[in-house]
Design a protein around this ligand. Structure first.
Ligand SMILES: *[C@@H]1O[C@H](CO)[C@@H](O)[C@H](O)[C@H]1NC(C)=O
Ligand SMILES: *[C@@H]1O[C@H](CO)[C@@H](O)[C@H](O)[C@H]1NC(C)=O
Ligand SMILES: *[C@@H]1O[C@H](CO)[C@@H](O)[C@H](O)[C@H]1NC(C)=O
Ligand SMILES: *[C@@H]1O[C@H](CO)[C@@H](O)[C@H](O)[C@H]1NC(C)=O
Ligand SMILES: *[C@@H]1O[C@H](CO)[C@@H](O)[C@H](O)[C@H]1NC(C)=O
Ligand SMILES: *[C@@H]1O[C@H](CO)[C@@H](O)[C@H](O)[C@H]1NC(C)=O
Ligand SMILES: *[C@@H]1O[C@H](CO)[C@@H](O)[C@H](O)[C@H]1NC(C)=O
Ligand SMILES: *[C@@H]1O[C@H](CO)[C@@H](O)[C@H](O)[C@H]1NC(C)=O
Length: 462
């Protein structure tokens, strides 16, 4: 082999010297004259996340996608996918590049467009319509900015199946659409699967996992606090769940207090389980801090109306509220619970009825939220209306949504999708006849004291 001409050597030396710092500083950025192709990645400044081409498939037919993943986590590390439903079969000349406008576009080897940020140039002045750069932030957000620095598009606005700390998920839909997470089809296929996760369109205080368009699992109901913390022993840290009002809409986010080395995320898996996971670097495994539904019984409405899933027993199963019995005893014995329960005795409204206190409950679906009520007013609201079957009440310390620090919920009609837990949940007060206690409700206080742990007479409470 001929020796390299001297000018080539000089050039090469120069290149490495000149380009090293350049590469180092631009590695988190995609620039208009530097398209991304298979085999190269861009990396967030702190090295946590990478963006590039990947293939999730272990089979011989490989499909390729552009996505974002945790660089230092070897498994289940993908947090965002651009071309979920439009895989690349031949990645050799596929590129992620700036278009002549301010968009990013992913094209396959034959030049076919597979995905684009699709921002219309008309959205802003032509001076903005020249691409500046796209950067991968340390929190995993891929941000496209105009040459003036305006954010034109960001991956956090288009989540796939994963909610990352720092990302806001829109849970109201006054002016914009609800945001949702959509599961992968299977672990090898990021195309949209059967399951999704979003706020209940009718009630942002609860989130729903959907199987297609059918509710599959419902979350606990949010109290009106803007921030709720949950201490996690294994990481000796608290996870914060936060609601934030930005413009007209409410957004949900979560995260750990700032200097934190733990990796935590929320994700809907291909089987429909909504998980909060933490990366355990000791065992090199994801640990589920929370995963639901865990049992058949935790699925939406599994125990039918006026039935509840009792998670406090070794064998988790459906039960009827006290004073109720199964609608279909044969079905119930055969562990088919969907027909639920009915009252053994018709309600005698206003004639010594009261409320059964059930603690540590996931309160039912389809509640009526009555604003600005004290506890007594909330009880009176339910007591005075014979259609009111139950109530639940909470007050917030500070920083309540809508500046209303009360949360009075009433149920008119069936009580659906109720559960009992150990150590979490809230008190649910279900309207029942006084049974033998009826008499005592009209008696002086001393007579009904023995009923108070379970049974609350509305009259005496006020
Ligand atoms: C871009 O967006 C417009 C309207 O928002 C839509 O009609 C069009 O199909 C989109 N194009 C692509 C390639 O996604
Ligand atoms: C449009 O451009 C103006 C300045 O030229 C900027 O302030 C504004 O944020 C841009 N809007 C969008 C949606 O990019
Ligand atoms: C997804 O739904 C289809 C039909 O709607 C069903 O055949 C398939 O089993 C479902 N997959 C999962 C994982 O539930
Ligand atoms: C989701 O719904 C489909 C029917 O639409 C059903 O076949 C499938 O079993 C359901 N999946 C689960 C996990 O319940
Ligand atoms: C990893 O091991 C260290 C030392 O044994 C322990 O303090 C830490 O809690 C472990 N981390 C996790 C996530 O379990
Ligand atoms: C209902 O029960 C819970 C738990 O036992 C208790 O903390 C709460 O005070 C009770 N409510 C009433 C009104 O007695
Ligand atoms: C809340 O109710 C009280 C009376 O019960 C009333 O004086 C007050 O104006 C109400 N506040 C709001 C924000 O509606
Ligand atoms: C009871 O409350 C429901 C729901 O607010 C209402 O539609 C109904 O008219 C009320 N009934 C009475 C008797 O006030």
């Amino acid at each position: 082999m001929d020796p390299l001409p001297i000018h080539t050597i000089i050039c090469l030396v120069c290149w490495s010297f000149c380009l090293l710092p350049f590469y180092a500083s631009s590695s988190s950025r995609l620039l208009p004259d530097k398209p991304l192709s298979a085999g190269s990645t861009i990396t967030s400044d702190d090295g946590t996340f990478a963006l590039g081409f990947f293939s999730p498939s272990s089979s011989s037919t490989k499909y390729y996608y552009v996505g974002i993943w945790y660089r230092n986590i070897p498994e289940d590390n993908v947090v965002w996918v651009a071309n979920r439903a439009m895989p690349i079969t031949d990645p050799s000349s596929a590129t992620l590049a700036f278009t002549s406008g301010s968009n990013l576009a992913l094209s396959d080897t034959s030049g076919q467009l597979l995905w684009t940020t699709n921002i219309s140039a008309a959205r802003n002045s032509s001076s903005e319509a020249t691409g500046g750069e796209a950067t991968l932030d340390n929190n995993g957000n891929f941000i496209l900015r105009s040459s003036h620095g305006t954010i034109l598009w960001q991956s956090f606005d288009y989540p796939t199946d994963t909610h990352l700390p720092g990302m806001n998920l829109r849970i109201t839909h006054k002016m914009h659409a609800l945001q949702q997470l959509i599961s992968w089809r299977n672990p090898q296929d990021p195309s949209p699967g059967n399951f999704s996760y979003s706020a209940d369109p009718d009630e942002f205080r609860q989130r729903i996992t959907w199987n297609g368009s059918t509710p599959y699992r419902r979350s606990l109901v949010w109290n009106n606090n803007l921030v709720v913390g949950k201490y996690i022993e294994s990481i000796k840290s608290t996870i914060y769940y936060t609601l934030q009002i930005i413009g007209d809409e409410v957004y949900a986010s979560f995260g750990l207090p700032v200097p934190s080395v733990s990796v935590v995320l929320m994700k809907i898996d291909y089987l429909g389980k909504m998980k909060t996971q933490i990366w355990n670097s000791n065992s090199s495994k994801w640990t589920d801090l929370y995963s639901g539904p865990n049992q058949e019984c935790n699925k939406f409405g599994y125990c039918g109306p006026s039935g509840y899933c009792d998670n406090t027993q070794p064998i988790v199963t459906c039960k009827c509220f006290d004073g109720f019995e199964p609608n279909n005893k044969q079905d119930w014995m055969a562990r088919r619970f969907s027909q639920g329960c009915h009252r053994m005795e018709a309600l005698r409204c206003g004639q010594g009825d009261g409320f059964l206190n059930m603690s540590t409950m996931k309160i039912p679906d389809q509640f009526l939220y009555v604003k600005n009520r004290s506890l007594d007013e909330c009880i009176a609201e339910c007591t005075s209306n014979c259609s009111c079957m139950a109530y639940a009440y909470s007050t917030m310390r500070t920083n309540a949504i809508d500046e209303d620090d009360t949360r009075c919920l009433l149920w008119i009609g069936d009580l659906i999708d109720t559960e009992k837990f150990i150590g979490q949940g809230e008190n649910l007060y279900i309207r029942v006849n006084g049974l033998s206690g009826t008499v005592y409700c009209f008696c002086f206080s001393a007579c009904f004291i023995r009923y108070t742990p379970l049974f609350v007479c509305p009259v005496e409470l006020q």
